[in-house]
Design a protein around this ligand. Sequence first.
Ligand code: TNX
Length: 490
Amino acid sequence: MQHIVPAPVEVTPNPGATHTLTADTRIHTEPGSPEAARVGEHLADVLRPSTGYRLPVGPDASGHGISLLLTGADARVGEEGYQLDVTGQEVVVRARTAAGLFAGVQTLRQLLPAEVESKTRRPGPWTVPGGRVLDHPRYEHRGAMLDVARHFFGVDEVKRYIDLIAQYKLNRLHLHLTDDQGWRLEIKSRPRLAEHGGSTQVGGGPGGHYTQEQYRELVAYAASRHITVIPEIDLPGHTNAALASYAELNCDGVAPALYTGTEVGFSSLCIDKDVTYEFLDDVLREVAALTPGPYLHIGGDEAFKTTDPDFIAFMDRVLPLVAKHGKTAVGWHEFVKATPPASAVVQFWGTKEVAPDVVAAAARGNRVVLSPATKAYLDMKYDADTPLGLDWAGHTDVEDAYDWDPGAFVRDLPESAVLGVEAPLWTETVATPADLEHLAFPRLPAIAEVAWSPRRTHDWEGFRRRLAAQAPRWRAQGVNFHRSPQVPWQ
Ligand code: TNX
């Protein structure tokens, strides 16, 4: 019970008891709750290939086994937490919501032998150590961002990333859908965005895009893992793919060529033209209609071609469009210049602890998601030998990614203003799923623990040992993780 990542709030081992799954094990789910049954099916999907057991799921599954119940949980579990009890007779997960049950199931996976993650049948035995876990998250927003614009990643590749992040109890997937190098979502009212703007990527490869149907499929897949998708349309900079697709969006009316390099900050929509806002009204309407979650990320970063007054004028016209389409705006922290409404979420990506404009926004009521580039950027190199990644924010080995406190990172930002933590993975240098995994593992679980676990469990020595125990799971799942010398790998 001592190796769980992220560390739970409270673990009480009972070394006298163990529970072993058998061919007769059933997964009993809360009667009358289709959502609980879906969590049960998810658990069965994980366990069936390796155990070879039938594992029937449903409210009528009687007999001994695993129960997922929405009653009787300790009140401390809150909306997303759970209580897990393992005795000789049974395993019981109790929560107040299906999200809580889902989190408890992720813990249960980690209590089983690592081979349970194998896609082929293994001998077992499938023994769970006895005891109790009581757990709930420190922060509401626990995110990962994937840049599918610099290099495109297809539906199955994103689904795999969703599965990988879900097991560390992350609950937000921010998709960076547009950038200079590519527009990755079909917009029916502006078909050239995806057709032309999505037709290449960094290095000149073929790129790609999601049809609206495929995007819906990704959103639904994420939802089945209790993850909310936050789509980002990066504005007003990082827009060369859009500018190349529709000449009228350029101030001079001339469409630039598609771009396959890695410079940033050279493009901007035309701030003064009404067509810009007609265009954005259409785009944001379609994205909002496709996205059940409450958020729409409008970027705002590195708008180096745009003066501050123009940037503010632009955001003053775009923020109301986000609201008009029923969504809450999220933006990279530069967008606080435009004084977004108090409901807007600010994503801090700085490298310094001093950020008075972000502190001022928090004083106006904005909540902040922390993605400090020196800690949470999964695209930074681990060390000088890392073949992939960038180093503009320095090198970030596992200890750097782990050893910080989101509640105290930005000077004078009150802990109460922190909505959560997010780990961005920019893909200028990342072209394959194996590359993604190499940068995300093991730092992503480090960030997940920073986002989920209470501060008092924070302990690098303990963490690196718990992290080491994850490696056999990653091998069983085929995850291409980085063997950082900081971790005593098993
Ligand atoms: C900065 S962070 C960017 C991205 C780059 C990234 C590379 C941010 C909001 N903008 O455009 O991909 O650095 O690390």
